[in-house]
Design a protein around this ligand. Structure first.
Ligand code: C5P
Length: 242
């Protein structure tokens, strides 16, 4: 794999509260990572301006708003995401087949090939078996994750967000052209923070992940651009380097 291919796999989690920080990170990392992930905190604080600021520096955007609503509402939200020019957006597979299929049909009809890839969230990794039992789901979590990933694929969704441990079983169930994006990635030089079941970048890529969401190992490093280069080195080498 080339360094540029490895760089494109890195999605930087832009977990910041305001536009000053957005501009700072966009400038610092635009040619060091493949994409910037804008989630609910930043989007609630700054809205589409945050997306536009990244796009203005040539950066690509994963709009991580995890839509879960009636089919028409989710479909039209993704059309607006497409108009903003994001490359990836996502929804909850728990919204069901019709919600996912309507979204993909509407996006294709209104945006053609000029549309973001849509990912499904299966079961949040913050949930455990008890969380599911409380809402009436008795299925073992890993079965539920695979079930939702297959449902998403059948509805025409492009891929899923999954924990590193789930990557092999989703890859086996959904095939090689289904995108898998994984957070919970920690290079050896970084601390685990609050992430629990972690993998190194090289491990996550060899397990079958297409993209890695990485936040604090880059943002908390005293030289964030160097942290990106070290992660790229590791992905290219296919093994952890210190
Ligand atoms: O700083 P860190 O690398 O842990 O950031 C990971 C990013 O991925 C954060 O934005 C976090 O909210 C997100 N995420 C996660 N685990 C999930 C889903 C999303 O850490 N299961």
């Amino acid at each position: 794999m080339t360094r540029d291919e490895a760089r494109k796999k890195i999605i930087f989690a832009l977990d910041v509260p305001g536009m000053a920080e957005v501009r700072k990170w966009a400038e610092l990392l635009s040619n060091k990572v493949g994409m910037f992930k804008i989630g609910k905190q930043l989007f609630t604080a700054c809205g589409p301006e945050a997306v536009r600021a990244i796009r203005a520096t040539g950066g690509e955007v994963f709009l991580d708003l995890k839509y879960h609503d009636i089919p028409n509402t989710v479909a039209m939200a993704t059309v607006e995401a497409a108009r903003l020019g994001v490359q990836l957006c996502n929804l909850h597979a728990l919204g069901g087949y019709e919600m996912m299929a309507t979204t993909m049909e509407t996006l294709r009809k209104q945006c053609g090939d000029n549309r973001p890839k849509v990912l499904a969230v299966t079961i949040l990794t913050s949930s455990n078996q008890q969380t599911l039992a409380e809402i009436g789901i008795e299925t073992p979590i890993s079965d539920q994750v695979v079930r939702l990933a297959k449902l998403a694929r059948r509805a025409g969704i492009d891929g899923v967000v999954a924990s590193p441990q789930e990557v092999p079983m989703i890859r086996a169930a959904c095939g090689s052209d289904f995108l898998i994006v994984t957070p919970g990635v920690r290079p050896l030089f970084a601390s685990a923070d609050d992430q629990k079941r972690i993998m190194t970048p090289a491990e996550a890529v060899s397990a079958g992940a297409d993209y890695l969401v990485i936040g604090r190992p880059i943002s908390a490093h005293n030289d964030p651009a160097l942290a990106c280069n070290l992660i790229i080195d590791e992905i290219v080498a296919g093994k952890a380097v210190l």
